[in-house]
Design a protein. Structure first.
Lengths: 126, 111
């Protein structure tokens, strides 16, 4: 079964750090694009970061320079290192695989987020 | 800054049909943005409904369909049921390095 399980959330003071983990089963993290998406309380979904299978990483402007996405291949786990945390980073953080599809002729049909983990809550407060 | 627009809320009667849309603050949505749609109920992770504009994810009932309508992506629910009452999010792919932008979500009420 393809599954993602996040951990590492909790309460942290402004300016503090936290590392989230996302353990995958049923597929290989390093062979896929993997992403983090967050949702502030009562708000919508916000894309945060992605790591490509080749290792390139990208970030939303709101977290650039503060967050770092990485993976541990032998543990088949995705991470999000969050530094200099702010109150506005308070959210449920979901990890998700970026699924995509090329047909037999090589035509690219696009990408989407699936599966999703269950989420882990990060609260930044003094 | 790219903004993806969705109706904040929508209401549909049981058995009725509703179309939710996903637009761009500047420009038109096309299949090249690979629009996908997600359903979320309170306290739960999002569930993939539609990807690549109009492909239903595994296990999604065929009353859910996706399309491009005019200059927007659209999610149509035909024969709405009570358990379709959820938040619905679209996301557009802006390309490598620009990546993904979610819409603000539509809260659908079935009554």
């Amino acid at each position: 079964e393809v599954q993602l399980v996040e951990s590492g959330g909790g309460l942290v003071q402004p300016g503090g750090s936290l590392r989230l983990s996302c353990a995958a089963s049923g597929f290989t993290v390093s062979s896929n694009y993997m992403s983090w998406v967050r949702q502030a309380p009562g708000k919508g979904l916000e894309w945060v970061s992605v790591i490509y299978s080749g290792g390139s990483t990208y970030y939303a402007d709101s977290v650039k320079g503060r967050f770092t996405i990485s993976r541990h291949n032998s543990k088949n786990t995705l991470y999000l290192q969050m530094n200099s945390l702010r109150a506005e980073d308070t959210a449920v953080y979901y990890c998700a695989r970026v699924s995509d599809y090329y047909d037999s002729s090589g035509y690219y049909w696009g990408n989407w987020f699936d599966p999703w983990g269950q989420g882990t809550l990060v609260t930044v407060s003094s | 800054q790219t903004v993806v627009t969705q109706e904040p809320s929508f209401s549909v009667s049981p058995g009725g049909t509703v179309t939710l849309t996903c637009g761009l603050s500047s420009g038109s949505v096309s299949t090249s943005y690979y629009p996908s749609w997600y359903q979320q109920t309170p306290g739960q992770a999002p569930r993939t409904l539609i990807y690549s504009t109009n492909t239903r994810s595994s296990g999604v009932p065929d009353r859910f369909s996706g399309s491009i309508l005019g200059n927007k992506a659209a999610l149509t629910i035909t024969g709405a049921q009570a358990d379709d009452e959820s938040d619905y999010y679209c996301v557009l792919y802006m390309g490598s390095g620009l990546n993904w932008v979610f819409g603000g979500g539509t809260k659908l009420t079935v009554l």
